[in-house]
Design a protein around this ligand. Sequence first.
Ligand SMILES: C[S@@+](CC[C@H](N)C(=O)[O-])C[C@H]1O[C@@H](n2cnc3c(N)ncnc32)[C@H](O)[C@@H]1O
Length: 223
Amino acid sequence: MSKTIEEAEWFYELLDEGDKSLLIERFQQFKIHHVLDIGCGNGISLQLMNLALDADYLEGVELRPWKALVEEYHEIMSGKPNHKKDVSTMEELWNAVFKITSGQAMPKKLWSIAYETSIGEYASQLPPGKKYDAIIVSQVLHMTNERDIQCISEILRNHTHAHSMIYYSMKDDYQQNKAGTLQAEDVFNACCTLMKDLRDRNVKYTLGPKSETQGWCHIYTNL
Ligand SMILES: C[S@@+](CC[C@H](N)C(=O)[O-])C[C@H]1O[C@@H](n2cnc3c(N)ncnc32)[C@H](O)[C@@H]1O
């Protein structure tokens, strides 16, 4: 079953599983070639943008090292029939997942993921004038800090164009933050400027599902 924007807890659910023709149509109005996924984790959303929408430049930034993401894949897949035990690099991981999802070999596209890099560091290195056709920030804002949230606002302001697809989501009761990141009750305050910028861009707010341990999911998207 395909999920609507209100039903999906994660961005990738919109492009994963079942009949998604309605959403694909909504995606296609944006003509997405170059995507930036901020806090992209294992790159599953980028891969689905590649598969379902034929986006051809897939770019991401992620705080964790790639080895931790490969280890996480093995932990999650352990004991499952689709588990590819010989995966040891991110490229092998993407190829394995792509093959399982689509039955085809992953087409050669431009991939650029900066691992072990914070949003702030990444934003400071973006060339002025660089514009993305799509920005995804799926379930990241509540895990980060005020400076990185400001940088996410700057990326929205300076590196998107009038027809860029925008998708931001966050949880409102995430209690596992590490030192230096925001407490759940401070996340909305820290996002005030970002939310104003999103409203100014006509990005709509949607209340998404509630998770048992992390609270409600708040979604901002022009999809
Ligand atoms: C809950 S996961 C979501 C992953 C992915 N966006 C998704 O929807 O499947 C949040 C991700 O954001 C990354 N992250 C958190 N703070 C970050 C920061 N300041 N800079 C870059 N990545 C960050 C985490 O390492 C983690 O992979």
